[in-house]
Design a protein around this ligand. Structure first.
Ligand SMILES: [Zn+2]
Length: 455
């Protein structure tokens, strides 16, 4: 089966060009001026952008965080993702207390396999570090699980890794090609904040409990360690101008990258001052003075734009008794909004916005995830994950998820329409709707090392 996508504005080699894209089977076959006679079917893309499938590098789905279960399953998350062009969902497998990482992976596999509409890639979050744990991490990295997530905070939740621990992991696993994804907020600095002077019934106090300095200090510490040990490091959800500038300034000294999220660009801490401000609690918190940060990101400073989609059920967010904001689960949805809100960074220049998506939401996340030889661009030989994006409307509200949770971007609208989304050559979405909602065809992208069966 050959499909020709013709007359579109195609993102290729860092430019937008008017070209045709030929898909054969699961792969991109050719890009250029191509005769329609060579294809079995033709998708007319005049007036549309033709982009590589999007990759949300940072999501949490189908998982329990503290006492709360997230609102999205693999089925519902990959549905809203794919309907908005996300052909690869990256999400986390976190080792729980008393279990091995392999057992956690078996749990996740049982939830994801056969239920995912998009492809899925796992980042692994180890939480214990015995010699046996390190041995199995080494095996997993060798087997193709390249991305490990570490936290410089959340000691009480049991997922904290000290700077010494992080340095030891850089030394023991860095040379294997491990990509370290790090949540940077300095735990000591957060613990040192005097909460006695804060009104904890006011969600805005969250921003004081987790100050900007905590992020900046942690970024400086781990970047220094990564440079010293030549470890590949990616900082997740950077929210501060100073943190972002530090990473940009040190980029040439090592393999450093970072992501930011739409909420840190388009929502500021005034959202926390609303009567329902607890719904916008996330960590790092929403910040003030977003204009200079947005301007830095407009210039292309962030390698990746990802959502940190973490959708708690409305009833769980709203079960808060209004006393101490630290009881509210931290996180908000974003997956379904990813291309739309990212577009707004450059919305005065549609070609630049389309290029921004192809760079920061396709190419760079594919490379950081170790998928650069399969996904992230429209080069011949790569998976035919293709988005045909129409910027001409109609205008409609954003839906970050279809699950029962609060919308992170209420009142925001988009004029982008997802005319076609191809997953490995098959049209899975037409005009923003799954073509076969009962038939999920997403794959788990990594090989299966000896994950024990669930008992
Ligand atoms: Zn996260």
């Amino acid at each position: 089966m050959k499909t020709l996508i013709r007359n579109g504005r195609v993102a290729l080699d860092g430019r937008i060009q008017s070209l045709d894209v030929l898909v054969e089977g699961e792969r991109i076959a050719a890009v250029g001026a191509i005769e329609a006679a060579s294809a079995d079917r033709v998708i007319e893309a005049a007036g549309c952008y033709v982009l590589p499938g999007f990759i949300d590098f940072h999501t949490h789905v189908d998982d329990q965080i503290g006492p709360f279960y997230l609102a999205d399953t693999y089925e519902s998350a990959t549905r809203v993702g794919l309907e908005n062009g996300v052909t690869t969902l990256c999400t986390f497998v976190t080792q729980e207390t008393g279990e091995t990482l392999l057992t956690a992976m078996a749990r996740a596999r049982a939830k994801a396999e056969g239920r995912s509409h998009s492809d899925v890639l796992w980042h692994l979050t180890p939480t214990t570090f015995s010699p046996a744990d390190i041995g199995s991490l080494r095996t997993l990295v060798h087997a193709g699980y390249h991305t490990l997530k570490l936290y410089t905070t959340y000691k009480k939740a049991g997922i904290y890794a000290s700077y010494d621990r992080i340095e030891a992991l850089f030394q023991s696993l860095g040379h294997l090609g491990t990509q370290f994804l790090i949540h940077c907020e300095d735990d000591e600095l957060i613990e040192a904040v005097d909460a006695s002077g804060l009104d904890l019934s006011k969600p805005i106090s969250h921003a004081r409990l987790r100050p900007e300095a905590a992020e900046v200090v942690a970024i400086e510490r781990v970047a220094g360690l990564a440079i010293a040990h030549q470890a590949a490091m990616h900082v997740v959800h950077v929210s501060t101008l100073e943190g972002a500038r530090h990473l940009v300034a040190n980029r040439g000294r090592g393999d450093l990258s970072f992501e930011t999220c739409p909420q840190y660009l388009f929502l500021d801490e005034s959202w926390l001052a609303r009567a329902d401000g607890h719904r916008w609690l996330c960590s790092p918190p929403l910040r003030s003075d977003r204009a200079p940060f947005l301007e830095l990101i407009r210039q292309g400073a962030a390698d990746i734009i990802a959502t940190d989609h973490c959708p708690f059920c409305s009833r769980d967010k709203d079960s808060w008794d209004g006393q101490d904001l630290r009881a509210v689960p931290n996180g908000m949805p974003g997956l379904g909004s990813l291309p739309h809100v990212t577009w707004k960074i450059w919305e005065d220049d549609p070609d630049r916005a389309a290029l921004g998506l192809s760079t920061h939401v396709s190419l760079n996340p594919a490379r950081r995830a170790g998928l650069g030889d399969r996904k992230g661009s429209l080069k011949p030989g790569l998976d035919a994950d293709v988005v045909v994006l129409d910027p001409r409307g109609p205008e409609r509200p954003l839906h970050s998820t279809l699950s029962t949770t609060h919308e992170a971007f209420p009142g925001f609208t988009t004029s982008l329409s997802l005319r076609h989304v191809l997953l490995r050559g098959e049209t899975r979405v037409r005009d923003g709707q799954l073509t076969q909602p009962g038939t999920p065809t997403g794959r788990l992208l990594q090989p299966a090392p000896s994950i024990p069966p669930l008992t």
